[in-house]
Design a protein around this ligand. Structure first.
Ligand SMILES: [Zn+2]
Length: 176
């Protein structure tokens, strides 16, 4: 924020008003601009400008849509990987059952023992893989999330909300 007359910085000249620092500190020889503005007025204008630009529904809609797509893709990828491991495990279990029933039918061959060991190792590997990657929650971000986000932000004046609100607070609010 600068003075329109001399280009010096507008600073707090007392606890509640901004004014030209040159006019204040160096006198009329440097700048005669004595116009001041309430601190609250400045903050309201800055926050209002931020709200209009950063919280513009179009920008928010783009951000939320990208976020939703990336989140859902990641979830879908995890679920696909898990489904493949489950199919592989079922296949290994079928092979083990096949060897066991062949043995029961009296068709034992020494090579079956080696094969059985291999299948058991494979089964243990797949089972522990499934145990380590728990099923992702079925939750999917709603296609009209952006509408909800705008709806929320329109009802929340940034000047009144706690400064400690993390960015993206409302996005996460809808995820939980
Ligand atoms: Zn000035």
């Amino acid at each position: 924020m600068v003075c329109d007359c001399c280009g010096a910085t507008y600073t707090l000249i007392n606890k509640s008003r901004y004014g030209c620092s040159a006019a204040r500190n160096k006198g009329n020889a440097i700048c005669t601009n004595r116009a001041t503005i309430e601190r609250e007025e400045v903050e309201a204008r800055v926050l209002g400008g931020l709200k209009d630009r950063l919280m513009h529904p179009d920008l928010v809609a783009v951000f939320v849509e990208e976020y939703r797509r990336a989140w859902n893709d990641a979830q879908a990828g995890q679920m696909a990987a898990r489904a493949k491991t489950e199919r592989d495990l079922a296949q290994v279990e079928r092979k083990i059952a096949g060897i066991l029933s062949a043995i029961e039918d009296g068709m034992y061959e020494p090579s079956m023992k080696t094969r059985m060991e291999e299948l058991k190792v494979e089964k243990a590997r797949l089972s522990s893989g499934l145990a380590e990657t728990p099923e992702p929650p079925a939750l999917r971000l709603h296609p009209r999330l952006a509408d909800h986000y705008c709806w929320m932000s329109l009802r929340t004046d940034p000047a009144l909300s706690p400064r400690s609100d993390p960015p993206g607070y409302y996005v996460f609010w809808f995820m939980t």
